[in-house]
Ligand binder design. Structure first.
Ligand code: PFF
Length: 448
């Protein structure tokens, strides 16, 4: 272990940072619109089911490999199986981190911009806003810059300290908004849509959408949990930490729904509005509320905070890889990776109407995703690459490293793990690879 790699200074520090990575635009922006598109309560139940039977066991595997090796995803694979092509799976994770950050940062930038739009009362015109090249690039640059400054501080000085400050603020804001939204006339119909399952709405595609959302939301499939696990001490109880992270992440998503659906139904809006839900429908809702501009500004502050703890983690994966493998100084690497990611993200920033070439990029066929560069990046890195990464990594951990070795590592510091050891080994070897394989088929529209 190199001396300057760093370790979490406390158990809570790790849990906050990992939960901060998991909780992001995926919970507050993506989860509600996918629930809305997939018919409500039954989808929510399925999602919860997958978090428990797939997300949580797979998270344990990534954390186990990370702590075992004290390395980034590539180094971790090298530590188990030196000089093999398996390390490409780790490299894919590193590239995926940059790929996701490049478009996620753009959306995070919009979120940040909406704080000011709300505060100024200029809440309409989402399309014009995202088509303004200057603003979106400035906001994107700003968000990358903040992320960089925090990651620059290193594990305990930066990420951990900020997560500890930011996460509780997020929770308080959410609780307040839940009370507010549920006090509105007509909120009960939203709650019913959200919490009362109608199983006739479940199809093959819905099942797989729930599974994909569980992966994205828990930050799984690109070695993030390998990286964060590498800063853990051997005394740490990985099992209970992972359970806390999954509970936090899921609770925030569920809470976001408890705000969004009651408010939506109270305002007579359509729950299936899609990805524009937060940016188009929400401002309309806030405009009808008393103190709406204030509530709206708070909402977008909350979303920016959530996005920030995720962009920090997305940057940390490539940074950890380069710090470990290239032995250059952390500070230089952080700026270099952030600068590169910013350049990669510019086409995404310009793809919402400002530059026609990027708006109608169309490399990936239309039946898979939208033609704009941002949607195409989101498909390649957010959907395909995470699912493919999880498939390859679970096979690597279950069969190459060996489920038994992974389980031995998990058992250190987690005495209670012994009770679920056999079940867990079955999950990582057979169940998870099989189900993730199905997600990949779904991305290619096999079940449509
Ligand atoms: N989990 C984050 C969210 O829900 O917004 C997104 C994400 C972060 C995915 C980090 C993957 C990752 F490694």
């Amino acid at each position: 272990m190199q001396a300057d790699r760093g370790q979490w200074s406390s158990r809570l520090g790790f849990i906050f940072a990992a939960a901060g990575s998991a909780i992001g635009l995926g919970n507050i922006w993506r989860f509600p619109y996918i629930v809305g598109e997939n018919g409500g309560g039954a989808f929510v139940l399925l999602y919860l089911f997958f978090v428990v039977v797939i997300g949580l066991p797979y998270m344990l595997a990534e954390l186990s490999l990370g702590r075992f090796s004290s390395k980034n995803p590539v180094g971790a694979i090298e530590a188990v199986k030196p000089k093999s092509t398996w390390k490409l799976a780790g490299l894919l994770g590193v590239i995926t981190g940059i790929g996701i950050l490049s478009f996620y940062g753009v959306i995070a930038g919009w979120t940040f911009g909406y704080i000011f739009k709300m505060a100024a009362g200029k809440v309409y015109g989402f399309e014009a806003f995202v088509a303004d090249p200057l603003w979106v690039i400035i906001l994107f640059a700003f968000f990358i810059l903040i992320t960089t400054t925090i990651v620059y501080g290193g594990v305990e000085g930066g990420i951990e300290k900020w997560s500890k400050i930011l996460m509780p603020i997020l929770l308080v804001l959410l609780v307040g908004l839940i009370f507010y939204a549920n006090s509105l006339d007509g909120a009960e119909r939203g709650l019913a849509f959200y919490l009362e399952p109608d199983f006739s709405k479940i199809t093959g595609k819905t099942v797989l959408a729930a599974l994909g959302q569980a992966f994205f939301s828990l930050s799984l499939g690109m070695g993030l949990m390998i990286t964060y696990g590498s800063y853990l001490s051997k005394k740490e109880n990985i099992l209970t930490s992972a359970i806390y992270i999954a509970i936090f992440d899921t609770a925030i998503a569920i809470m976001a729904g408890l705000i969004i659906f009651p408010a939506l139904f109270a305002m007579g809006e359509d729950p299936a509005a899609g990805p524009s839900l937060v940016f188009v429908v929400f401002p309309k809702i806030f405009m009808q509320m008393p103190y709406g501009l204030l509530v709206g500004s708070f909402f977008f502050i909350l979303l920016s905070v959530a996005a920030l703890t995720s962009t920090i983690s997305l940057l940390e994966v490539p940074v950890a890889y380069l710090v470990d493998e290239k032995k250059a100084s952390r500070k230089k690497i952080v700026w270099a990776v952030a600068g590169f990611t910013f350049i990669v993200g510019i086409p995404s920033a310009l793809s919402q109407g400002s530059v026609d070439f990027f708006t109608n990029f169309g490399l990936i066929p239309e039946f898979l995703t939208g033609p704009d560069f941002l949607s195409q990046m989101s498909f390649i890195f957010g959907d395909f690459s995470l699912a493919f990464g999880a498939l390859v990594l679970s096979i690597f951990m279950g069969w190459v490293w060996g489920a038994g070795n992974a389980a031995d590592e998990l058992q250190q510091g987690s005495p209670g793990f012994v009770r679920i050891r056999a079940v867990w080994m079955f999950m990582i070897r057979y169940f998870i690879p099989f189900v993730v394989f199905l997600i990949l088929l779904n991305l290619f529209g096999i079940f449509d």
